[in-house]
Design a protein around this ligand. Structure first.
Ligand code: BGC
Length: 391
């Protein structure tokens, strides 16, 4: 106990002195499932402050196949160097079975805190319950684990605000009436996909109702277009039709099918709600290749490097910057509070279909060509040398 307290003090000192925004609690991380086949073999292991070979904090991320989660891994690693708690990072490679195995392996290593971003919110309940049964504190990271009371905390961005920012961006760029609107969504297994869509619908629906936009690729959305607020079931119907499953190829195939089905009049100057950067790049490339598409405005989120280059090059219009450094810092701060026996600071709560989970929420920033430099370079998030033609 005493030893833990010492560790905590050393740790907190390092945090405040060395990093303005990044903090951490382990000297080493290991990765898991780097291959695409969903295997979960460990590539390395922890050492850190734990002389007993145990791990204090386990971090489980959904996949290495999307730059978004590599960003998180990188930021965790930056935040965790030079610290005294031992931490292990594992990837589930888009498989709930791998995810459960990862959690079980961390449980056997004696973790006290589990930080987990679920591949599938409902399916991850079993992993959270297994951890909880061992007295481990479970923190849902970015995506909520749903349908269980085995989630203690949730560290997240304001996901409804993400969708609202995307929808509002399209509105601000639209002129006149009858603008073709193509809607795309994330995976229905991810609670965030609903929050993003809810946010976008909040602002877009009145502009669909008044004729500014005309939905071109979802009969379910058209059937519901006069409803200002949608139930989860109603959103499910639309998302079921326009989901990308967070998959770049699925996004591309869907966009191709929509453009094939659309007439020349349904194209021209189009507006596209794309849920995140990876899918936005796929969808943008597909629309750009259609000779009947004269121009397009397309949203995104995550400020992935590839999308920032797309924005600089005029191939993607905007992204929603979610500063992963803040999310990492908040979740590590939370883990440290728990390890120190304190109650972590929260700012609200999210209902996960079973309980209200105390949550810490972070705001988001819209990035377009005009503010790439101020939002991402000047803030030290990326280095200017990582991009070409950045003015
Ligand atoms: C995250 C997004 C990410 C998406 C696909 C969502 O839960 O909030 O940042 O782009 O999953 O991985």
């Amino acid at each position: 106990m005493k030893r833990r307290n010492m560790k905590a003090i050393v740790f907190v000192c390092i945090l405040s002195l060395v990093f303005a925004t990044l903090v951490g609690c382990s000297s080493q991380t290991s990765t898991n499932g780097g291959s695409n086949n969903g295997s979960s073999s460990n590539e390395s292991s922890t050492s850190g402050g734990s002389s007993s070979g145990t791990v204090d904090v386990g971090i489980v991320l959904p996949t290495k196949d999307e730059p978004r989660w590599i960003q998180d891994e990188t930021r965790f690693n930056e935040a965790l160097k030079d610290t005294d708690y031992s931490v292990e990072v594992l990837f589930s490679q888009g498989s709930s079975a791998n995810e459960k195995q990862n959690v079980e392996s961390l449980i056997t290593k004696g973790i006290k805190v589990l930080i987990i971003c679920p591949h599938d919110g409902d399916a991850a309940a079993a992993a959270a319950e297994a951890a909880k049964a061992e007295g481990i504190t479970v923190i849902a990271y970015d995506r909520l684990i749903t349908g269980t009371d085995a989630v203690d905390y949730y560290v997240t961005f304001d996901s409804v605000a993400v969708g609202e920012a995307q929808g509002q961006y399209l509105i601000d760029k639209a002129e006149g009436k009858g603008n073709p609107l193509y809607l795309y969504a994330g995976a229905a297994s991810d609670n965030n996909a609903f929050l993003f869509f809810e946010g976008a619908w909040n602002v877009l629906q009145p502009k669909i109702a008044d004729g500014t936009f005309v939905i071109k690729n979802s009969s379910e959305a058209v059937a519901l277009q006069d409803k200002a607020t949608l139930t989860r079931d109603e959103m499910s119907k639309i998302i079921g039709q326009v989901t990308t499953n967070w998959d770049f190829n699925e996004a591309k195939n869907k966009a191709e099918a929509h453009l094939t089905a659309a007439s020349k009049e349904d194209k021209g100057d189009v507006f596209i709600l794309a849920p995140n950067d990876g899918t936005a790049r796929s969808i943008a490339d597909t629309f750009a290749a259609d000779p009947d598409v004269t121009s397009y405005v397309i949203t995104g989120q995550d400020a992935e490097k590839a999308s920032i280059q797309y924005i600089i090059d005029g191939k993607q219009t905007m992204t929603v910057f979610k500063d992963v450094r803040t999310l990492v810092k908040d979740s590590i701060d939370m883990a440290v509070s728990i390890l120190e026996g304190k109650t972590p600071e929260t700012t609200g709560s999210y209902n996960n279909k079973a309980i209200d989970v105390p949550a810490k929420q972070t705001e988001v920033i819209v990035v377009e060509q005009s503010n790439v430099k101020s939002a991402l370079i000047d803030s030290g998030y990326y280095d200017a040398s990582e991009f070409t033609n950045l003015n």
